[in-house]
Ligand binder design. Structure first.
Ligand code: NAP
Length: 293
């Protein structure tokens, strides 16, 4: 990463002990009512205080209350889903993409709502939330003129919405080619798909490809995942991948990492490329960025 840029990335301006109070401006469920996945787009606004961030960074949300030992709950991190100018272009808002989470106690089978995701998904416009950060350098692009291959599963699309918002604000001649491969269970679970389709339809250097795992299958009958779709996009991916400045960004589920690596290897080999050398350069030059959970 460019060391100058690294030094200029804003980090940790607000900490859990003194978080920034932000107002929830709007909350919109993006997934259909019938989907078991309740995923919401939240817009937060801060009034006067200075808070700046870059595409690919995250913020923390401090859940209300205390744990059994009387200590404040730890912050939960969420990727910022906006470009640095925010949702209104005035640099005082940002969007988060939040999935309502439940976990099951292994011994009893009891279903417990996740503290922070439910706090956020239940919040109403006008509510005040406590925010920390920004944090994270790993997913902050340092060369917007370089081609990018973006691979997202589920709410891992969040930072890439910020990337593509930023790209959309660039003059056409300054936009590098981008391939986004995005996976969700069904078409209805693909957040921002209408917006993404609109961007791609008006920009010949942006390709968006989806993997709908519960609606599409591979040739051998498995659920179709992002790595399978990426392999099917080899002819689009190869000219980007072979560019010595190409950046690859993965965000979402940990399980996709090996499959994406294999799909990139197959893409390179199908086009006569030397994948081990390419892969080595991608990692050595910090052009292969991964944020998975
Ligand atoms: P999800 O709905 O559970 O899954 C998204 C898609 O990925 C589904 O189609 C799923 O298929 C598929 N999938 C499952 N296993 C896979 C594998 N091994 N390889 C490739 N695809 C696979 O996703 P989610 O609940 O939104 O979770 C996304 C992850 O991103 C979470 O771990 C979250 O912490 C992380 N994340 C979130 C943010 C944020 O800001 N909210 C930011 C960064 C990362 P099937 O279910 O049909 O098997």
């Amino acid at each position: 990463m460019d060391l100058d840029l690294q030094a200029r990335i804003p980090v940790n301006r607000y900490r859990p002990s003194a978080p920034l109070e932000v107002e929830l401006v709007s909350t919109t469920r993006l997934t259909p009512a019938g989907s078991p996945n309740d995923v919401r787009h939240l817009v937060l606004r801060w009034p006067k205080e200075e808070f700046s961030f870059l595409e690919g960074q995250s913020v923390g949300i401090v859940p209300p209350g205390h744990n059994a030992r009387g200590r404040p709950h730890p912050v939960r991190l969420f990727s910022i889903a906006s470009a640095r100018a925010g949702e209104d272009g005035d640099g005082r808002t940002l969007a988060l993409l939040v999935k309502r989470f439940f976990w099951t106690v292994p011994d009893t089978g009891e279903v417990i709502p996740g503290l922070c995701s439910n706090h956020l998904c239940d919040a109403r416009p006008g509510d005040v939330l406590r925010m920390t950060g920004p944090v994270g350098r790993e997913m902050v692009p340092d060369d917007w003129t370089a081609p990018m291959i973006l691979v997202a599963t589920g709410t891992g699309i969040a930072p890439f919405r910020g990337f593509l918002q930023a790209r959309d604000r660039l003059a056409r001649r300054d936009r590098a080619p981008v391939l986004l491969v995005y996976g969700a269970q069904t078409a209805g679970d693909l957040c921002y798909a209408g917006w993404l389709d609109g961007l791609a339809a008006s920009d010949p250097t942006l390709w968006v490809a989806y993997a709908r795992s519960r609606e599409e299958t591979t040739a051998d009958g498995r659920r179709l995942y992002v790595q399978d779709r990426l392999a099917l996009c080899a002819d689009v991916a190869w000219p980007l991948l072979r560019d010595p400045r190409c950046g690859i960004y993965l965000c979402g589920l940990r399980g996709m990492e090996d499959g994406v690596d294999a799909a990139l290897a197959a893409t390179a080999m199908a086009h006569g490329g030397d994948w081990p050398a390419l892969r080595q350069a991608l990692h050595a030059e910090h052009r292969y960025r991964i944020e998975v959970y």
